[in-house]
Design a binder for this molecule. Structure first.
Ligand code: SF4
Length: 595
């Protein structure tokens, strides 16, 4: 994510005083703390000994080797003080003294653990992104990510975020591909009041960014889908209680992405998560989850591996804690570019990973279990449209363009839901929005109300299938604009292909990272500088990846970089037009774009 890569400056730990996450001075010698430290030390010794026995300790900075020497600037600031402790300094110091009182180790480091990172100074073109130091790119404003695990928001919660957006965030609100809302233009002076208001409605920003357990993806139709095997909401809650905001997991090698789905056809892009639980029916043990680990995109993309293990619903939080514990102890900490769980899973393989999980972290054997159902061509998993729930009411799934809404729109969405008698709004991993529990007689009111806000329940294919990351508007790593470019693609292509009979997904990233999951789109655009024929110079543009696909079991694959397929930002609609025409003219019966 943008936040991870922003902490590039060697930190000073001027702000690293000993404070607790709740704002109280850190207890230096309470009994509880002493016992916690003893337990932690004992666990580390056990882990180190087990790692030595297995030969799994190595020189990549794994804590399991027994050596905790910080090996890069991020590891240094995390070791200097628990990143969660910065909350106290935000409220008692920085919010009073202003932006320039914040030392780099907090500003570009620990702030992320509370969902905050600096946004890009306006007016700096993409060509200069790699040339400038982080502080030259920093604006005095923040992006704030509000955590909504499972994408779940009540009307009151959506309304509060909307009001905060309008009052403090210049009416910005984007739906991210991790089922949460991101606000921009937040001033440090306003953060305590924002935290207070968010928390008053039961939301929080804890570990929304940073080297920590991020927001947990969950099926947006949990509890209502007709084809649901299991409602994963209690398991999401159990994971939150077990490990979010806990010092046990607040210093990971890098981010840790979790997902859990109970629907027959998985809808949480489980193949590219660090850990995923996917509902299955075990022939003897009944309903539970199939366990996946080690998926991830960005540089060196890797599909998650099935461990072949079945997890009973009441064991999910324990297994989650075991897997994240392996990542904390054995994950590589020397190089940021190798610090995701996928590298460890690749090195160990599924069999060894499962063995270590069982022997050293759980202390019991996981039963073998079946694989989840593969999606069939008609299963999109985006929930767009009008669908009947298992209780006879309806849910409406609507697509904004590339996840962009606004505070005012979010408030209007809350009003529409309330007027229809619903208290449940859902965000999806594909940047869509759902209103659940709509009585049949209110369905057309909801559809029309959302349409007036440009959230379309019956969108054109490009409107439906486009995703875009934050891009140069706010992201300090971006080289290219994304949201407006994606909007232009939607406008031009839906007009040209009003009757397109096959979905073609278009994902747009503003830099070589993969926040919009470009490698798994039919057409993925990776932001970079490209050669411009007309001027003869380098201009912002995209490397194209073609043919990514998920949900197809053995046929899952990443899109391929096609030699010579680079486009300028302005040339993107014409490029999509060309490849779409080519596909339509040459496809065989039933052949999907990715084929
Ligand atoms: Fe992520 Fe986009 Fe920023 Fe790159 S430009 S880090 S892909 S949000």
């Amino acid at each position: 994510s943008p936040a991870d890569a922003t902490a590039r400056t060697a930190p000073s730990d001027a702000g690293a005083s000993a404070t607790s996450t709740s704002g109280k001075p850190a207890a230096s010698a309470t009994d509880a703390d002493a016992r916690q430290r003893q337990r932690e030390e004992a666990r580390l010794i056990r882990t180190r000994d087990a790692a030595a026995r297995r030969g799994t300790a190595a020189k990549d900075g794994q804590w399991a080797s027994g050596d905790r020497t910080p090996l890069n600037p991020n590891e240094e600031f995390k070791a200097a003080s628990d990143p969660l402790e910065v909350r106290h300094r935000i409220e008692t110091m920085y919010a009073r003294w202003g932006f320039w009182s914040i030392p780099p180790s907090d500003l570009r480091g620990r702030f992320r653990w509370w969902g905050l990172y600096t946004q890009r100074k306006p007016g700096i073109d993409g060509g200069r992104t790699a040339l400038l130091e982080p502080h030259q790119l920093d604006d005095e404003y923040f992006m704030l990510r509000v955590r909504s695990d499972g994408g779940q928001l009540s009307v009151a919660q959506a309304r509060e975020i909307a009001r905060i957006s309008q009052e403090f965030g210049r009416d910005t609100a984007d739906i991210s591909d991790r089922q949460n809302i991101q606000l921009h233009w937040i001033r440090i002076e306003d953060v305590p009041e924002i935290f207070r208001r968010i928390e008053a409605v039961g939301l929080f920003t804890t570990e929304a960014c940073g080297d920590s357990p991020r927001v947990i993806l969950g099926s947006p139709v949990a509890g209502v889908a007709k084809d649901e095997l299991l409602d994963p909401t209690p398991q999401i809650q159990a994971i939150i209680e077990r490990g979010i905001g806990s010092p046990e997991f607040s210093n990971l090698p890098r981010k840790f992405k979790s997902a859990i789905s109970g629907t027959r056809v998985p809808d949480i892009v489980h193949e590219v998560q660090d850990i995923a639980f996917v509902a299955v029916e075990h022939p003897e043990l009944g309903l539970g989850y199939d366990l996946w680990v080690g998926g991830g995109l960005s540089i060196n993309p890797h599909l998650g591996q099935r461990l072949g293990a079945f997890v009973e619903p009441d064991k999910v939080a324990e297994v989650w804690a075991g897997v994240i514990g392996i990542f904390r102890d054995h994950g590589y900490r020397r190089l940021r570019t190798r610090a995701r769980l996928k590298f460890l899973v690749k090195a160990w393989g599924a069999e060894k990973f499962r063995q270590v999980l069982q022997d050293d972290y759980l202390g019991w054997e996981l039963p073998d279990g079946p694989a989840p159902v593969e999606a069939s061509p008609g299963d999109r998993g985006d929930h767009v449209g009008i669908h009947e729930q298992k209780d006879g009411r309806w849910y409406i799934g609507a697509a904004p363009v590339a996840g962009r809404i606004s505070g005012a729109k979010l408030e209007a969405i809350a009003d529409i839901a309330e007027a229809a008698g619903s208290d449940r709004i859902r965000l999806t991993p594909l940047q869509k929005l759902l209103i659940l529990d709509v009585p049949q007689e209110k369905v057309s009111d909801v559809v029309n109300g959302l349409r007036a806000l440009e959230l379309e329940a019956q969108p054109g294919e490009f409107h439906r299938n486009v995703m875009a990351c934050t891009g140069i508007e706010y992201c300090k790593l971006a080289i290219v604009e994304t949201k407006a470019t994606a909007r232009e693609v939607v406008k031009v292509l839906d007009e040209k292909f009003p009757d397109l009979d096959a979905p073609i997904s278009v994902h747009v990233n503003g830099c070589p990272n993969s926040c919009a999951r470009i490698q798994v789109a039919d057409i993925g655009f990776k932001g970079q500088l490209v050669h411009d024929e007309e001027s003869g110079g380098q201009v912002p543009g995209f490397q194209v990846h073609l043919g990514g696909r998920l949900g197809r079991g053995e046929d899952n694959d990443f899109g391929r970089k096609i030699r010579g397929h680079k486009v300028t930002a302005d040339g993107m609609p014409a490029y999509v037009d060309r490849v779409t025409r080519n596909y339509l003219e040459t496809r065989e019966q039933g052949e999907a774009f990715a084929d």
